[in-house]
Write a protein that binds this ligand. Structure first.
Ligand SMILES: [Zn+2]
Length: 342
């Protein structure tokens, strides 16, 4: 079953080229892009972008976009437009930072490259998840908070969620592009993580934004579609429930370890009719945490050493949710103390 006539598809491609160039104009110098429309899917890809260089200098960019007519989906035309916006953005990346072009290094997904290109194509052509063939791609919904942003599965497409968060919190598309264009080009997971951890750029630094991203992820407040819809994640952040029966006055230390540029939610649950306190780590703290007592819908930030009293509830168990993030280049480890007071 076909999706649309050739003329319709060509005209949609033209619209997408215009829209992408309008959005990206001024983000880098002038250069040529050659775009070919082909009637098949190339090596499983809907589009490809290739910088043409003399070895050291960027010359121009070649793009192939699949306008295959054999895709049964109401979204197929939008998928074509999304591919155009996506591949043209790859050309911008290569023109701005040739050193950052896709590396062949093993063990590293191209998260800067694909995460930001997916973000940009999603801003220009948002498509709701679960609506046809486009859903086969890796979307921000697949973001896994237990895996560092650098190592997100599926070639790093899911890392686009972080960039949606930046836009949600008021950073502009052009600022995000400017920042990313200077960053791409590391050769290993370790060098990417070290670069992010040391980042002190005034507005877009990762350490500065990371915990806010973690909170927004857990609270599901990241705006995904440019229409302002909030992202609906396919899975909840991981949660751990601990039930501790302590004697009055007894303290238990709970160590917590989180890998760099990941975050997690742990719910500490307490028996009925007991008063307890939870103390956040107070020395050499590398974790950054927020908390939420039972019945609260928002997260309060926890300063180092903060002690929270957890009052018994009339029915059921009392609990405290803790949300911690790590924006160090290596694993963050700290100790929480829980004390039974009554
Ligand atoms: Zn791509």
């Amino acid at each position: 079953m076909g999706i649309a006539g050739l003329n319709t598809r060509i005209s949609k491609v033209k619209d997408a080229i215009t829209k992408a160039l309008q959005q990206y104009s001024g983000w880098c110098g002038r250069f040529k892009i050659y775009i070919g429309l082909i009637g098949e899917v190339v090596e499983g890809n809907y589009g490809q972008a290739q910088p043409v260089t003399d070895g050291t200098t960027f010359g121009h960019c070649n793009v192939l976009v699949s306008a295959a007519n054999d895709i049964i989906s109401v979204d197929a035309l939008q998928r074509i437009q999304k591919s155009v916006a996506h591949e043209i953005y790859h050309c911008l990346q290569y023109a701005q930072n040739l050193a950052g072009k896709r590396k062949a290094a093993k063990g590293r997904d191209d998260w800067w490259i694909e995460g930001t290109a997916r973000f940009m194509d999603g801003e220009l052509y948002p498509i709701a998840p679960g609506s046809g063939v486009v859903n086969l791609g890796i979307f921000p919904e697949h973001y896994d908070p237990r895996v560092s942003i650098v190592e997100q599965p599926g070639k790093g497409y899911a890392a686009s969620l972080f960039f949606h968060y930046l836009l949600t919190t008021g950073h502009t598309l052009s600022n995000i592009n400017q920042w990313v264009s200077k960053k791409i080009g590391q050769k290993s997971v370790a060098s990417d993580l070290a670069d992010l951890a040391a980042d002190t750029s005034p507005h877009l630094s990762f350490p500065k934004n990371w915990h806010g991203f973690a909170v927004a992820f857990a609270s599901r407040t990241i705006k995904y579609l440019s229409s302002g819809d909030l992202i609906e994640l396919t899975s909840n952040p991981p949660s751990v429930t601990l039930s501790r029966n302590l004697a009055v006055g007894q303290t238990r230390a709970l160590s917590r370890s989180i890998k760099s540029f990941t975050f997690d939610v742990v719910r500490y649950t307490f028996p009925v009719n007991t008063t307890n306190s939870l103390q956040f780590p107070d020395t050499a703290t590398t974790l950054r945490c927020s908390y939420r007592l039972r019945g609260r819908t928002f997260w309060d930030s926890a300063r180092a050493g903060l002690s929270i009293s957890i009052q018994p509830v009339a029915s059921g168990t009392s609990y405290i949710d803790t949300l911690c993030s790590c924006s160090a280049a290596t694993t963050c480890s700290d100790t929480f103390n829980i004390e039974r007071s009554l």
